[in-house]
Design a protein around this ligand. Structure first.
Ligand code: ATP
Ligand code: MG
Length: 451
């Protein structure tokens, strides 16, 4: 009896909760304070001066520890939004369900949120267990427990330069292992997007998903379907622009997750022959992200869906549709299908259409139309897109280069280039286009209507 009591006491004494969080000093976690946003430090300092706790938290701490440059900085505090706002000159409360504060410094926004309590029994969920409301303030320890992976639950205190770690996140991070806080299956049910996040972080860190977190994904992947399309779009965009999109997709495929997880991925990964094009598009995106350059989501999605558009375009032409109407119809049907699941926002989809619709116009070089093309707002993007097609071997590379030179040239060079065209012997390959297919005579309308 006595030994049992002692055992229980000892085990409680050494359980992680009883031990409290680890406080990891800068010589161990290795964060160089010079890489921390001074605005985020400022927010923490001001809150501290007013008697609150405040820490930099989440992705920024994770990235700093492994030597990556954080995209943005978030702060977590025990002050409520109403207490935070008056402490800063430019701060606004945002969000309805769970309010947080945006503290604005010029271009930089420091998202400052109050410690949140994790999911509880009486939390409102949908019939699959997905949490619909998550809006109770809590303690720092509770805030840590509701985060997804151990490496995302680290708190950096700019004042002491310590990292506060409740879940051995620094240890996992150094091993580059994505480990779930709590029971993985439960946490995926609460929020299926966490499956995509696990894949993304593993690829980004060149690491792996801990087997316990990896194992339930395959059987739970279909839960992704219940996530609102707009949220899925945001998460998908993060995955594609994390600088390791190709690794993410390889990982998804290796894990058997490319089926059904997202319709876009099915399209992208299952396409016979389309792989090279997608690979080129993603490699280009990855290297732009790693070089700190901007990414255009429209261009990226236009590239990912191009093979599908092309094959439908071809089918329609073979059925006798005219070139351009066939392309418009193909684009519409592909976009309709994707939008249902993935809420590609209108501002992106209209750019995508412009990029696609410009493609057939590159096949012929005629002075008057060239000037009109140059004036189109998406001319540059469409031209970049043409380079991808050339690299994938589906467009003449010399002709693609000519268009690129035109895009890069000033008015005088452009005029010279167009003028020269008039003196060139007519190139039969070009007038018929490098990928010209013989156009079948259009069937009479009556016949088409019967089909
Ligand atoms: P990124 O580099 O993409 O910004 P991140 O980890 O900062 O990565 P965010 O989506 O910005 O990701 O989220 C910030 C933090 O909020 C995460 O680090 C994590 O602690 C928490 N978080 C985000 N999404 C979830 C989620 N679905 N479930 C639980 N915690 C989450
Ligand atoms: Mg972030």
């Amino acid at each position: 009896m006595i030994t049992d009591t002692i055992k229980k006491f000892v085990s409680r004494l050494f359980s992680p909760a009883a031990r409290g969080p680890q406080r990891i000093t800068s010589d161990k976690h290795g964060i160089d304070r010079r890489n921390v946003s001074r605005h985020a430090i400022k927010v923490c300092e001001v809150l501290r001066q007013h008697g609150y706790q405040a820490y930099i938290v989440g992705g920024a701490v994770r990235d700093l520890i492994v030597g990556l440059e954080p995209k943005d900085f978030d702060v977590a505090t025990n002050a409520t939004p109403e207490q935070i706002r008056p402490l800063f000159r430019r701060a606004r409360i945002i969000g309805r369900r769970f309010q947080l504060v945006h503290v604005v410094f010029g271009q930089e926004i420091i998202e400052t949120s109050t410690f949140r309590a994790p999911a509880s029994q009486d939390q409102e969920t949908d019939e699959h267990g997905r949490i619909l409301r998550d809006n109770v303030f809590g303690s720092q320890e509770q805030d840590a427990a509701r985060r997804d992976f151990t490496m995302n639950a680290l708190y950096y205190d700019p004042h002491t330069e310590e990292v506060i770690d409740y879940h051995q996140g620094v240890h996992d991070l150094k091993k580059r292992q994505v480990r779930m806080i709590g029971d993985p299956a439960t946490r995926y049910r609460e929020d299926p997007v966490r499956m995509l996040r696990a894949v993304r972080f593993a690829a980004k860190l060149n690491g792996s998903i801990d087997p316990a977190a990896r194992q339930p994904i395959e059987t739970m992947a279909s839960l992704i379907e219940n996530v609102p399309a707009s949220r899925l779009f945001d998460e998908m965009l993060k995955l594609l622009t994390c600088g390791h999109a190709m690794d993410c997709l390889r990982q998804l495929r290796a894990d058997g997750l490319h089926h059904g997880l997202l319709p876009l991925l099915d399209v992208v990964l299952e396409q016979p022959g389309g792989e090279r094009f997608v690979e080129l598009a993603l490699e280009r995106t990855d290297s732009r992200v790693r070089a700190g350059k901007s990414i255009s989501p429209s261009f990226l999605f236009a590239a990912l869906l191009w093979q599908q558009v092309e094959s439908r375009w071809k089918q329609l032409r073979e059925r006798g549709e005219h070139n351009i109407p066939a392309l418009v119809q193909a684009a519409d049907s592909v976009l309709d299908e994707q939008t249902e699941k993935l809420a590609i926002q209108r501002r992106f989809s209209s750019d995508m259409r412009e990029i696609w619709f410009m493609q057939p116009r590159f096949e012929r070089r005629m002075g008057k139309t060239i000037y009109r093309m140059i004036e189109q707002p998406r001319f540059r993007a469409a031209c970049d897109f043409l380079q991808l097609r050339a690299a994938a071997g589906e467009f003449d590379s010399v002709l693609a280069q000519w268009w690129m030179d035109l895009a890069n040239g000033n008015d005088a060079t452009r005029a010279d280039m167009i003028e020269e065209l008039a003196h060139l012997p007519r190139d039969p390959a070009e007038s018929s286009g490098p990928r010209k297919r013989r156009r079948r005579p259009r069937r009479p309308a009556a016949q088409r209507d019967q089909a």
